[in-house]
Design a protein around this ligand. Structure first.
Ligand SMILES: NC(=O)c1ccc[n+]([C@@H]2O[C@H](COP(=O)([O-])OP(=O)(O)OC[C@H]3O[C@@H](n4cnc5c(N)ncnc54)[C@H](OP(=O)(O)O)[C@@H]3O)[C@@H](O)[C@H]2O)c1
Length: 146
């Protein structure tokens, strides 16, 4: 990621600790290492792919079935967010108050979300300002998978 915001890493850690993380293979490979205290369920089409610390899945449904937990964290990237969005019930969003070039984008969230939390943080030195936002679904997810 093009920004470095230690407080955001800490928040991600506290929000995800103990919960299974479902992510695409590229997101897994972009991590500095396996994140302690969380299962990493990695989606790939490559039947021969494996990595230390990763549980392998070949579709979102497969990953959710393997996770088998009351709360499952969808950790990205773009296609995995898009696939999970219709069944997600909560979004923890960090908005960065700066423009960066990038090659990966969140899909549009669409209607049906209500904001329940917002906390703004100003810029400090080289670190951009950022806002934490929690969104909850205002109507039940599109199907009962999650
Ligand atoms: N800012 C954030 O919060 C955030 C969050 C997450 C990620 N990221 C960044 O986003 C980048 C990676 O995201 P990305 O969108 O490029 O990749 P990604 O979603 O992490 O991984 C893409 C890979 O996942 C597998 N995959 C995706 N959909 C699949 C499906 N339906 N069935 C089976 N396998 C599937 C494929 O793996 P194979 O090619 O192995 O088949 C595909 O190449 C990284 O730079 C990461 O740092 C940022």
């Amino acid at each position: 990621m093009p920004w470095h915001i230690p407080a955001d890493f800490r928040r991600v850690k506290s929000l995800t600790m103990g919960k299974p993380l479902v992510m695409g293979r590229k997101t897994f490979e972009s991590l500095p290492g396996v994140l302690p205290g969380r299962r990493h369920i990695v989606i790939t089409r490559d039947r021969s792919w494996s990595a230390e610390g990763a549980e392998v899945a070949h579709s979102l449904d497969d990953a959710l079935a393997q996770a088998n937990a009351p709360q499952i964290v969808i950790f990205g990237g773009a296609d995995i967010y898009a696939a999970a969005l219709p069944i997600a019930s909560r979004i923890e969003l960090t908005q960065i108050a700066a423009d960066y070039p990038g090659d990966t984008q969140m899909p549009p969230l669409g209607p049906g979300w209500r904001e329940t939390f917002r906390e703004e943080h100003g810029a400090e030195g080289d670190r951009p300002g950022f806002t934490w936002i929690t969104l909850l679904r205002s109507s039940p997810p599109a199907c009962g998978r999650g």
